[in-house]
Design a protein around this ligand. Structure first.
Ligand code: ZN
Length: 238
């Protein structure tokens, strides 16, 4: 049975690497894929990973209709056994519905890869629709770490080096590679909530005065059972 699968994770968790791995495994078995992406760091019409792999891709425009695109391709004698969509958080809900029809009506597997939540911890509309419609959800078990060493589960946006929690949902930038003023950093939820990025933690370690005002002055109460869930911050580690 063909299926719609949504692989979700934070920025920097290896989604594109896994997408390219799936592409490699299937094309090695003689299957023909069609890859879609948007705003990839390698440029228009490319899917790339941080590990240096690159594949040709179709750039997703806002008005792209996936179903029509595939039907035209198949009608013209093309072949597509599976579809890979990277940066799927940028899709509109309608485009996600088209992907479901590609699976159901054209019998093609669709593997979508995207970030679940934005820098405000809210679901992207495209990711929400994928969670609602997917046959299978895969949460990528993140290797990305917060500066404190905990698993990085949340995306932070920085503007001019400071973490922000308001602004447009989509502003293209990259982890560790600020695009203009805007950069991104992955954090654990604890430090996302406290707006404590690696830079502000380093500054805080040097001068306690610059810690954010909402930083609690006392350690949080230990819950019944005495289990403290997060390790103590290690400022400056990476
Ligand atoms: Zn942390």
């Amino acid at each position: 049975m063909p299926e719609l699968v949504f692989f979700s994770g934070t920025m920097d968790c290896g989604k594109s690497t896994l997408a390219l791995q799936i592409e490699h495994n299937r094309s090695a078995r003689g299957l023909q894929g069609m890859i879609f992406t948007r705003d990839d760091r390698a440029g228009v019409g490319k899917l790339s990973s941080r590990l240096g792999l690159v594949a040709e891709a179709v750039e997703v425009a806002e008005d792209l209709n996936f179903q029509q695109h595939l039907v035209r391709h198949l009608t013209a004698g093309g072949r597509t056994d599976y579809v890979i969509v990277d940066e799927a958080q940028f899709l509109s809900p309608e485009q996600v519905e088209q992907l479901a029809r590609v699976v159901d009506e054209l019998g093609i597997d669709v593997y979508a890869f995207g970030i679940a939540t934005d820098f405000r911890t809210r679901l992207f509309p495209g990711s929400q629709r994928l969670m609602e419609l997917a046959d299978r959800l895969e949460t990528l078990q993140v290797e990305a770490l917060c500066w404190c060493g905990a698993r990085a589960t949340h995306n932070a946006r920085t503007v001019g080096g400071r973490m922000v929690v308001e602004g447009a949902q989509v502003v293209v930038g990259d982890v560790g590679e600020p695009s203009g003023e805007v950069g991104y950093e992955v954090l654990c939820r604890r430090h996302h909530r406290r707006r404590l990025t690696a830079a502000s933690a380093r500054a805080g370690a040097l001068s306690p005065d610059v810690l954010p005002v909402d930083e609690p002055s006392a350690a949080p109460p230990v819950p019944p059972g005495g289990k403290v869930s997060a390790p103590a911050p290690r400022a400056g580690s990476h």
